[in-house]
Design a protein around this ligand. Structure first.
Ligand code: S3P
Length: 438
């Protein structure tokens, strides 16, 4: 069982400054935009995880030159219509929903059929949510059941569409934006609020996009991009990776942590808003604008008292990848926390709502879970004194990292399988954990 780890002790107090790796969403988007740019783009602090490497391999298959140096990466694009590839090209999206879904929008005009495959977890996920709008542009898409493998055969006569994105899915919204950038005329999108990195990068690159906010929706208009400027970019650190350390610090005794240069895009910081409501002491310092994105240092200290929350659903999409770790805070809260309208969690790398509930129950925490909600009966004196084995979770990286955080925060004797799963988003996770108390 070399691919599992055992944790038998809580973490000691720590007082550290750390950095976490580059943001995954921005890294994948940088690869995709650069692959369509006219000229050479350069990125520092690109996340070198399996999801991003899959994106690099995908654009290489499409005839794009990518070079990885010690601390930066370059991509030489040939413009928005510059891909060169053979018939029967297969793109392997591995575990990455973001890559698989966003690249479909880019391939909307492909003259040949392209096949998209993925690993066991990705193949089970819903691609019909992307195929439906892309089909309306004029592309032919064949899915296996609702998922992968799929083939996409684009069209030269694309028709702009009007699309209502009602799930709060940035992947669906971004895929349609990419398709709109390839289509003559104006594509209209009304989208529930979700992460807006694609829109911000479009604006920074001067691409033909307009965004207006109306209540909990964005109204987006996109037109065809004739040219795309190369993008020199230093990827800010990933709040979704920082999240594990924010929670670990809050739950540990007498600890303090400063996390440097994290992307605090308002559409990503649901975890900070939620944790603050729950009484966690978090401060945002040195806030700066970087090429359209906000970055800042995050300072967090241990919390003695944690309040239960009735989580406002308007925060859901801004915390979508962080709920598992937020549930650990609710486990130690004084009272019952309630999270509703979060059925999308079961559409992730694993059915995360079910897994969140299962891990909490293993820890001795009572939950009432439906397909779209969870009530968590917190225990402010939670201490675990039993053996817990976490396995068969479809190698979902966030389940692995949440379990490690729980073991270090609450004690008990844990055996957590599939440690390689961290390679998806955060290969150095365990190194940073180990260095916290050195
Ligand atoms: C992502 C969007 C979210 C998120 C995923 C990354 C993105 O997925 O869960 O980890 O980079 O656009 P959905 O669009 O399915 O909500």
């Amino acid at each position: 069982m070399s691919n599992s780890i055992k944790i038998d002790n809580k973490i000691n107090s720590f007082n550290k400054t750390i950095t976490v790796p580059g943001d995954k969403s921005l890294s994948i988007r940088w690869v995709l935009f650069s692959s369509m740019a006219n000229g050479k783009s350069k990125a520092f602090n690109l996340l070198l995880s399996e999801d991003v490497l899959a994106a690099i391999n995908a654009v290489k298959k499409l005839g794009i030159k990518v070079k990885l140096y010690k601390n930066y990466c370059t991509i030489i694009g040939n413009g928005p219509n510059g891909y060169k590839y053979k018939k029967n090209t297969i793109i392997n999206s591995e575990n990455s929903g973001t890559l698989g879904r966003l690249i479909m929008g880019i391939l909307i005009d492909t003259p040949y059929k392209i096949k998209i495959i993925g690993d066991k977890s990705l193949s089970k996920r819903d691609f019909s949510r992307i195929a439906e709008p892309l089909h309306k542009f004029g592309a032919k898409i064949k899915l296996t059941k609702k998922g992968l493998p799929l083939t996409i055969h684009g069209s030269k006569n694309l028709i702009p569409i009007t699309y209502y994105e009602n799930k709060g899915s940035a992947q669906c919204k971004s895929s349609v934006i990419f398709a709109g950038l390839k289509t003559e005329g104006t594509t209209f999108i009304k989208a529930k609020i979700s992460r807006n990195h694609t829109e911000l990068l479009c604006k920074f690159l001067g691409l033909p996009i307009k965004v207006k906010k109306i209540k909990n929706h964005d109204i987006i208009e996109v037109r065809k991009a004739k040219k795309i400027k190369p993008l020199n970019y230093e990827i800010p650190s990933d709040i979704s990776s920082a999240a594990f350390f924010i929670v670990l610090t809050a739950l540990s005794s007498n600890s303090k942590l400063l996390i440097k240069k994290v992307n605090i895009n308002p559409s990503r910081i649901g975890i900070i808003t939620i944790l603050k409501i729950m009484g966690i002491n978090i401060k945002i310092k040195n806030k700066k604008n970087y090429k359209g994105e906000l970055i800042a240092d995050i300072y967090v200290v241990s919390s003695k008292k944690i309040k239960a929350i009735n989580c406002p659903p308007k925060l859901n999409s801004c915390a979508i990848d962080e709920f598992l770790i937020i549930f650990l805070i609710a486990a130690k809260a004084n009272g019952v926390s309630y999270f509703k309208n979060i059925g999308e969690l079961n559409q992730k790398e694993s059915p995360r709502l079910k897994w969140g509930s299962k891990i909490l129950n293993e820890m001795g925490i009572k939950t009432i879970t439906t397909d779209s909600s969870i009530k968590i009966y917190g225990n402010p004196n939670l201490e675990i004194n039993k053996k817990i084995i976490i396995k068969n979770f479809l190698k979902d990286h966030r389940i692995f990292m949440t379990s490690v955080t729980a073991a270090l925060a609450f004690g008990g004797s844990w055996e957590i399988h599939d440690k390689d799963s961290v390679r998806t988003s955060f290969p150095k996770f365990l190194n940073i954990v180990n260095n916290l108390t050195k």
